[in-house]
Design a binder for this molecule. Structure first.
Ligand SMILES: [Zn+2]
Length: 272
């Protein structure tokens, strides 16, 4: 089976061509034709952050949003910052503890808004699909409404820049989403986490906050034989933000403890 020589795609997950004697996937080919300018993106982000006086931080209690909170508060020193967690109903207890502890440590006001995303999770598990896109879309919409109600113009998120060329995105209602971790490497993130009282939860999959991800990955694996995060992680390897070894580790078939599976299925009213 052909494997892309630049990222971690193989023939199961992408189309691969031989270019000058090397196997290269279609996504890497597009990137080689239109590489992005790292310095420009970084400058664009710094310029934008200088103008931000008040912002909601999309705070899931997972490692990336914790790093984003640290940067917003300690590096960019945003005067008015509020960390808002959208609890989708199946957050790991450890993530809520991490979220509270770190908001307190960084002295940032913290709020949890609780919702029920069972419909999204049930459908994902029944159809062996990723719940992540629907979940994240709904969360961003809830945060957008929260920002509008409370007079914020910016939502800062712990997203990287896997696809696209700008570290921000305009949302409706004049709200701007800022992807604060654009082009930040895994190593840089871990260094920041090391300065904070962050405790790594023992959760299957690459998540540090979600109980659904493990079971959803497992279902997807059963049906497709690989992870649904392949494309995002391949992009991180392509841009040199994650090592190949680490990526392969993250994409392994997860082992989900029985208690976690039972809890998730029971809460969603599904039988195992
Ligand atoms: Zn590739």
């Amino acid at each position: 089976m052909l494997k892309c020589s630049l990222c971690i795609h193989d023939e199961r997950t992408a189309k691969i061509d031989i270019i000058d004697g090397r196997p290269i996937c279609r996504e890497c080919q597009v990137y080689l034709k239109h590489p992005f300018n790292r310095e420009k993106i970084r400058e664009e982000l710094d310029e934008l952050m200088k103008t931000v006086e008040e912002a909601v931080l999309a705070y899931s209690g997972g490692k990336d949003s914790v790093v984003a909170l640290y940067l917003a508060k300690e590096v960019y020193k945003i005067p008015e910052l509020e960390a808002v967690m959208i609890d989708h109903g199946l957050m790991a207890e450890e993530a809520i503890e991490n979220a509270e502890r770190i908001a307190r440590y960084l002295d940032v006001p913290f709020k949890i808004l609780r919702y029920d995303y069972s419909d999204i999770f049930r459908e994902a598990l029944l159809k062996a699909q990723s719940p992540c896109r629907a979940c994240s879309r709904r969360t961003m919409e809830k945060l957008r409404k929260y920002a509008l109600r409370n007079g914020y113009r910016y939502i800062i998120t712990g997203h990287e820049l896997p696809f696209g060329h700008h570290p921000y995105r305009q949302m409706s209602g004049g709200i701007t989403q800022i992807r604060l971790l654009s082009l930040m490497s895994e190593k840089e993130r871990l260094e920041i986490l090391g300065k904070l009282p962050f405790e790594f939860p023992q959760l299957p999959g690459y998540t540090t906050n979600c109980l659904v991800l493990g079971p959803a990955l497992e279902r997807y694996w059963e049906k497709h034989g690989h992870s649904f995060e392949h494309r995002r992680i391949a992009a991180l390897v392509r841009y040199g933000l994650m090592s190949r070894e680490r990526a392969e580790e993250e994409l392994k078939r997860p082992h989900v403890p029985d208690e976690q599976k039972e809890l998730v299925f029971k809460r969603l009213g599904l039988s195992l």
